[in-house]
Design a binder for this molecule. Structure first.
Ligand code: SAH
Length: 399
């Protein structure tokens, strides 16, 4: 195995078991390992810190597989890590039995950097996002095949992140029965149609599952505006919770077609729902100009910033939509606002929302803090795993 030797002053994060080795921390690599090959990560003195996967094109040169000097990275390693991830999901007890779509493996936080595995009934949808998991692709598929109730494994390795790793994008069936164009899953008594071939992420925003139940509980008798609705996760839950009306806004025709299908499939009152295809930034302005008011607004935009460097631009986007939303709320109205930008911390997000409230001239207080659901855990040595932040605010008065 090749050795990757760290610079003397760049060992601290590895000592704290952070799983990333940035290229700037590498003193030298003593052979020429292949893309994704396992390397020994050594201190400048030559002590073995960890074993990791080599990513020559990324600015993260290696992601740690194991901190145990005696643990080999082989089929057994993947069997054990995958079994551990499954056990965690079983042990939470928090995922109700009426949930048949969930994330089984959540990358670094399950000790498998770059690997995402989502289950939609008996179909597993997989993303191999880094050179390391790509190198072990065949082994990983082989282990996943042995899991119970799996009829197909589908590859959605078409995320942009693959470019940074020097990998081509891929999308297609990896193993098993051909998959239907749409898969139906139940999530807390609502039937959703999922397009695993070309839907966002692996087809659905599983991370928002719990937060959708929160919206269901709060929506009764409210006029709701669901911004960035995708296929209707929040819209359908608001209706189930007794919302008086819902306007769902998204820029994607495909997402809104699925939303319509989901409404029909659940026999929910279509006459209470208006679907608006458009840019939320413009739609919010139009609604303001029309003098429309709501009792609940949901803002669940896409990732505005992947990195802290882009946080400033993201901040402007968040401030804009939150400010407009505050202006569109009635007295006593609720704003459920989210950020899934890894580069924007929970603190920063709260500050941006506070700035928006101030500029909108409203008095607001946080009544709930939300995050990603239990099948998207965050390993303590990997704080970057916290990406979804949400706050629910009550707008109690206009200043
Ligand atoms: N709340 C959804 C997930 C939202 S994901 C759920 O629980 O399932 C973000 C959505 O924003 C995507 O559907 C994307 O199509 C949409 N989107 C991105 N930019 C947009 C814009 N400027 N205006 C409207 N929709 C946008």
């Amino acid at each position: 195995m090749a050795n990757l030797i760290l610079k003397k002053d760049r060992e601290a994060s590895l000592i704290r078991h952070h799983p990333w080795v940035f290229s700037g921390a590498v003193l030298r690599i003593d052979r020429n390992p292949e893309l994704g090959e396992t390397v020994n990560i050594l201190s400048h003195r030559g002590d073995l810190f960890a074993k990791g996967a080599y990513s020559p094109y990324s600015n993260i040169s290696s992601r740690v597989w194991t901190w145990e000097p005696d643990e080999d990275v082989d089929r057994k390693f993947f069997e054990l890590r995958i079994a551990k991830a499954l056990k965690l999901r079983e042990d939470t007890g928090l995922l109700s039995t009426s949930v048949d779509a969930l994330r089984l493996i959540h990358g670094e936080s399950d000790g498998l950097p770059g690997l995402i595995v989502d289950r939609y009934r008996d179909v597993l949808v997989v993303q191999f996002l880094t050179a390391g998991v790509e190198y072990w692709r065949a082994t990983i598929i082989d282990v996943l095949k042995t899991l119970q109730h799996v009829s197909s494994i589908y590859d959605r390795s078409d995320a942009e992140m693959r470019d940074l790793e020097g990998l081509k994008t891929q999308n297609g069936l990896l193993w098993g029965e051909d998959v239907a164009d749409l898969i139906s899953i139940y999530e807390n008594d609502i039937l959703f149609s999922i397009d695993i071939r070309s839907g966002h992420k692996t087809g659905f925003y599983l991370d928002q599952r719990y937060n959708r139940t929160v919206i269901r509980k709060l929506a009764e008798d409210r006029d709701v505006l669901d911004c960035f609705s995708y296929s209707g996760g929040f819209t359908l839950n608001a209706l189930m919770g007794g919302a008086s009306s819902v306007i769902a806004v998204d820029s994607s025709t495909e997402a809104l077609t699925l939303l319509m299908k989901n409404l029909v499939g659940n026999h929910l009152p279509q006459d209470k729902v208006s679907i608006v295809e458009g840019d939320v930034f413009q739609v919010l302005r139009r609604l303001r100009d029309q003098g429309k008011l709501f009792d609940m607004i949901i803002l669940d935009p896409p990732k505005f910033a992947h990195t802290t460097l882009l946080a400033e631009r993201a901040a402007r986007g968040y401030k804009d939509i939150n400010l407009l939303a505050f202006k569109l709320l009635r007295e006593g109205g609720l704003l459920a606002t989210f950020s899934c930008s890894g580069g924007v911390s929970a603190d920063l997000f709260q500050k941006i929302v506070a700035g928006a409230a101030l500029d909108a001239g409203v008095d607001a207080r946080i009544i709930l803090r939300l995050g990603q659901d239990v099948d998207h855990p965050v390993a303590l040595n990997f704080p970057e795993g916290t990406y979804l932040k949400g706050i629910v605010l009550n707008v109690s008065g206009k200043n």
